[in-house]
Design a protein around this ligand. Sequence first.
Ligand code: ZN
Length: 643
Amino acid sequence: MTAHEIHGPVVPTEQARSVFRPLPASAVRLAPDGLLGRWQARNADATLPHCVEQLGTYGNLANLRRVTGDAEGEFAGMWFADTDVHKTLEAAFWELGRSGTASPFVTDTAGLLEKAQDPDGYLDSYFQAGHRDKQWTELHTSHEMYTAGHLIQAAVAAARSAPQHPAAQQVLAVARRFADLLVQRYGRSAEVDGHPEIETALAELYRVTGHRPYLDLAARFVDNRGHGVLGEGRFGPRYLQDHEPVRQATEVTGHVVRQLYLLAGAVDVAVETGDTELLAAAERLWDSALDSRTYLTGGQGSRHRDEAFGDPYELPPDRSYAETCAAIGNFQLAWRLLLATGKVKYADEMERVLYNGIAGSTALDGTAFFYSNPLHLRTGHDGSHEDAPSQRLAWYSCACCPPNLARLMASLHTYAVTGDADGLQLHLYGSATVTAGGRTVQVATAYPWDGRITVSISDSGTEPWTLALRVPGWCTGSGLTVNGEAVPAEAPDGYLRVTRAWHGGDRVELDLPMPARLVTAHPHVDAVRGAAALVRGPLVYCVEQADLPTAGPLAGAVLEDLELDPAAPPAVAPSDGGLTPVALRVPVRVRADTSPAPLYRDVTGPPPRPAATATVTAVPYFLWANREPGAMRVWIPLAAPEA
Ligand SMILES: [Zn+2]
């Protein structure tokens, strides 16, 4: 890491255990006409300014100004409302590093945080202006270190994106004062915050500063948890992952975002300290989530009441909570595990959750968001509460998700490619230019709409190096050519590797066939037993009420009347210039006119009305709820063979 280089989230030190190494943030530029590049541009143009505006509207900035004596009135929002400021600031710094554009928000907020900070380093507007007596007294619920963690992550983004910028130096100094206070106060303590986040933040601050006490405190917090130090709380120790040390735990539990942030911190500590036991625990827990507690979209959490993982295979599509922050946490954890282990399954999961669970949370215009992300919105759904709205909302009373999206999207380019002396490894496919280590390659693709990826070498040293291309787990029959000649395409570990002395003008083409497919769930997922979902490539598809014809055999039908014909496969439909570049045309049977049917009937009674056949359109799940409000479903029952 040289002084002029800028970097993204998660940069293990040279000594860290890390199979893959992130490239400098400046090494990858997403093309503005690719889907990933468009998401990133939309974030800069719409989502990030929207978040800044909402921080003003909802009083988050005024909360801090109350501390400095520059505003009056009551504290507004959740007691951890400062974190929305910190996460938006983090996003703004990643954006500054990417585009060179610093908004006034960056400078203004840096000054505000510095002014609001106590002389000893403490900074939390809820406790500073009105609840001084409670400071540090209710760690199980106060979120004080969670808030400090997000401040530190903003500072890490500042230091990596714009090390010379005065506002960046200001925020880093503020964060270090708070971190130093934590080291002084909790460096020998058995206590821990109720909401993890400080662990990964401190480990990252160590990476930025080289100051070992930050890493030691992160490690202490990881190990303090799991000994019942937080008490029963409202939902019990399992909700807080305080029932069992993370090293010994065998399955994920409790509040999903807490669990995922804790594991992110555990991986950061493990790779920096060479703690193979801790890394193995994180991998084991990740497996337990993926084996039985993850939706097809990569979303996690089926309990609304406590925002928690459910029991194994408890994955109801209509009651999926699948918080947007959990999807982001899943992505961030998978990235850390990918770097640490080099296992392709983590990159596969990053792709799945990015294109489905994460992308689906944001409206086309980038200024409205889902907090919970269902896989089935019922006909007649009551969307009047923000817990399960029918459409995306501009903001939430707990607004954790929108700024979380902003910080992820502003740094999205840093997750696509890794590189080292051996070569480049492509993990997420999108049109981009990659320049690193004297090598420049252009990636051109219409992914995820098309599975052809062209990598053109425009600059290369004289030494041979290896181009590694991920073959997604969903793909069979991939093909690879170099300068038009087929090369053996075997990827035993999930990466196709071609090693040679590359020359400018060399051209590699990877072909990932993407037929439309029907997938079904493990039979223990009772809620979707007998149903199938439509997928193509990395995209999950859904059917929306807006696509049901109002005439013909489907007149009057609702989504719950549809059944998939297992013998009639879905077909890929060319673009009609509407919502999606690629739709699916899906043969279905329709049992409409079921309204007179009783709620329950004897199985020996007269059979339901025979089905009519029709064809419906399915659209990518991530694009749902961008037209008139209406029902949506991912899982559709498979029709029984007609007698
Ligand atoms: Zn959230």
